[in-house]
Design a protein around this ligand. Structure first.
Ligand code: NAD
Length: 501
């Protein structure tokens, strides 16, 4: 989809929203952080400060949780019928779509992402997901079950299960799809009848704050969605450790996810963790090489590789190795790099200078370790956090660029000689988020899919998510699932009722 130019009025509005100092959003209104501390929000294409948002403290988090608890218990929210929650969510989805220009421009400003991507995914799919979840509000169900309780003799029982909202959901989200992933957490929680405290990434708080305003505009009661901004070690840790949560839902890196899981178990808070990945893209010997080259480029360079499912390890049958290397390098070298507002750009900047330095560190490390650079490997453009799409071959399994999540536009290509070796290489990672298989041989595909330790396996495509398809990882990629029916059910407790009749 080609984005249209923003009008002057729209730009002015974005300018207004993005330049001022923001507060948190608690109990239906903007609230200054108690300590008066703020963090800059930086446009990574220009490295200019575009706004300031709170660097919140544990006190700010506690205030937001109290607001969410009050809203959860209050009649204005708990007294609503499921159909009322459905209507509110549908209204919210429409409002998000009506604000596509503004929300997508904010997303591009704060994260650098291509505006077309922000429109299609953060706003477009995000709004559709809210509508999808609206439908689940009226469809949560339990079961009646046949009991066999034999005491006292002759007694009869009626047993059933019902789903009840867990209470306040704490949501901590990353910077790569700020609005979309926030909605992955917020929409199922609201559909289930929970209330939410959302902590966006300190790099990208602006769309979460705007979402909170739209939630009020849609007619939700105050306190149903609260947004507390700040750093992970401050506001994030305080939220993860707060005793008032019924559930914590986290998307981010594996080490932080592990710490959040520990904190949750300590309080027996329910949790879901969507974590990092090092996803293999497996090319079987019969695959269409041109399709693979395009698909592998999309798999790793889409959103500059800042995607948890990015196809960072391209595993190719040795018979196709040279052709796949040539094809992938050719597609990479031809990609246009530019600002997220450049409608021709295929790659934008990385999210921050800090992340740019980290990605460049992996690239320099791979060169020093003796990997062969097929294309890229350097900064792109003058100024801004732009990195060339980069492909390495002749890598060893123990190199950091092979083992660790780079979260940038960097792929490694590795050969295999048979399917057993492909499976071994694919699973030789602490992660297990996703994998893709490229082949026209249906039997070969069906035989390899069950052997891949991954939450999602794609065939002849990569990175495709659907609101109705559960999404999450195994091993170090996390626990639980976002999206689909399972996402709304994970915001509920299953209560069993046994009645003597
Ligand atoms: P991150 O783990 O550094 O931060 C994610 C969020 O956690 C941010 O809001 C951050 O402020 C907060 N945080 C950081 N330290 C914390 C702490 N000690 N306690 C509580 N909260 C804390 O991740 P990131 O750099 O923002 O995002 C990139 C990571 O996210 C990658 O590893 C990527 O794979 C992962 N990710 C996973 C998925 C998925 O669905 N599996 C989707 C997108 C991104």
């Amino acid at each position: 989809m080609k984005p249209r130019e923003l009008s002057l009025a729209e730009l002015a509005r974005v300018g207004f929203l993005s330049r001022r100092r923001h507060g948190n959003f608690v109990d239906g209104r903007e609230v200054e952080p108690a300590d008066g501390a703020y963090l800059p929000v930086v446009d990574p294409a220009t490295e200019m400060v575009i706004a300031e948002a709170p660097d919140s403290s544990a006190g700010d988090v506690a205030r937001a949780v109290t607001s969410a608890q009050r809203a959860f218990e209050g009649a204005a929210w708990s007294g609503l019928r499921p159909a009322d929650r459905e209507r509110l969510l549908v209204r919210l989805s429409m409002l998000i779509e009506e604000h596509t220009d503004e929300l997508s421009a904010l997303e591009t400003l704060q994260s650098g992402k291509l505006n077309a991507l922000a429109r299609a995914i953060d706003v477009g799919s995000g709004a559709e997901f809210v509508r999808y979840m609206a439908g689940w509000a009226t469809k949560l169900e339990g079961q009646t079950l046949q009991p066999s309780i034999g005491v006292p003799p002759g007694a009869r029982y009626f047993t059933y299960t019902q789903r009840e909202p867990v209470g306040v959901v704490g949501a901590i989200v990353p910077w790569n799809f700020p609005l979309a992933i926030a909605l992955w957490k917020v929409a199922p929680a609201l559909a289930a009848g929970c209330t939410v405290v959302l902590k966006p990434s300190e790099e990208t708080p602006l769309t979460a704050l705007r979402l909170a305003e739209l939630v009020i505009e849609a007619g939700f009661p105050a306190g149903v969605l609260n947004v507390v901004c700040g750093r992970g070690v401050g506001a994030g840790a305080a939220l993860a450790q707060h005793a008032g949560l019924g559930k914590i839902s986290f998307t981010g890196s594996t080490p932080v996810g592990r710490a959040i899981g520990h904190a949750a178990v300590e309080r027996m808070t329910r949790f879901t963790l969507e974590l990092g990945g090092k996803s293999p893209l497996i090319v079987l010997p019969d695959a269409d090489v041109e399709q693979v080259a395009q698909g592998a480029a999309m798999g790793i360079f889409f959103h500059q590789g800042q995607v948890c499912t990015a196809s960072s390890r391209v595993l190719v049958h040795r018979s196709l190795l040279q052709r796949v290397c040539d094809g992938l390098a050719r597609v990479a070298a031809g990609m246009r790099i530019g600002s997220g507002f450049d409608p021709q750009a295929q790659l934008g900047p990385l999210v921050s200078k800090r992340h740019f330095d980290r990605v460049m560190g992996y690239i320099e490390g791979a060169k020093a370790d003796g990997a062969t650079l097929l294309t890229g490997g350097a900064r792109a453009l003058e100024g801004g956090c732009f990195v060339q799409p980069t492909v390495f071959a002749d890598v060893r399994a123990d190199m950091p660029v092979v083992r660790e999540e780079v979260f940038g536009p960097v792929a490694v290509v590795m050969p295999f000689d048979d399917v057993d070796e492909a499976v071994r290489l694919a699973n030789d990672t602490p992660y297990g988020l996703s994998a893709s298989v490229w082949s026209r041989d249906l039997s070969a595909v069906h035989r390899i899919v069950p052997r891949l330790k991954a939450g999602t396996v794609w065939v002849n495509t990569h990175n495709m998510l659907d609101n109705n398809l559960p999404f999450g990882g195994v091993k170090g990629s996390g626990m639980g699932r976002d999206l689909g029916r399972t996402a709304v059910e994970s915001c509920t407790e299953l209560k069993s009722v046994c009645m003597a009749v």
